[in-house]
Ligand binder design. Sequence first.
Ligand SMILES: C[S@@+](CC[C@H](N)C(=O)[O-])C[C@H]1O[C@@H](n2cnc3c(N)ncnc32)[C@H](O)[C@@H]1O
Length: 194
Amino acid sequence: MSDPERRARWNERWTRRDYADTEPAAVVHDYAYLLPPGGEVLEVACGLGVNALHLAAAGFRVTAWDYAETAIARLEEEALSRGLVLTAEVRDVVAAPPAPASFDAIIVTRFLERELCPALAAALRPGGVLCYQSFVRDAASDRGPQDAAFRFAPNELLRLFPDLRVLVFHDEGRAGDTAQGFRDESLLVAQRAE
Ligand SMILES: C[S@@+](CC[C@H](N)C(=O)[O-])C[C@H]1O[C@@H](n2cnc3c(N)ncnc32)[C@H](O)[C@@H]1O
């Protein structure tokens, strides 16, 4: 599938999705306390911006980017209806990545563009924190993208950010009792040196 086709598919998908059926990703819900309090947070490839809304409600100054116009339009409406302030922008994050040292925290969930990772690490200010969660090849269910290229290999998420200090990392694969634990996705919270 070409990139314009993929983008059109996301635009169509985000028209149909209901906010009532969404919740913030675990990496945001469980670990927002590790972010610099009140800091400037960027969510890339935000979709409907459920993580962005959660963080705006928690007092962070939030910017959210996605290249799907429908997602950004819906996020702006939803923020307004909840009385939240955030900046939402239609932006191709691969073509126009964030500037170096421009955010206190960066959030990425269920999105993988490997060539963007060095720019994401560089976009953190000193002491800034990356929260990343996305699907793995070594999954316990069939949730997530069918194309293995859009899934992390074992430990790959760690290797993509070699210069950050690891605060939290989960990559449980299919070890042990797969009915328990954090499965199907890998999760990293990592900090740039002060
Ligand atoms: C699986 S969704 C994840 C959305 C959100 N992060 C979440 O976890 O619900 C992937 C998102 O990436 C966006 N996307 C894909 N390529 C992109 C790009 N180059 N620039 C910006 N957004 C992109 C899509 O529009 C879609 O909203």
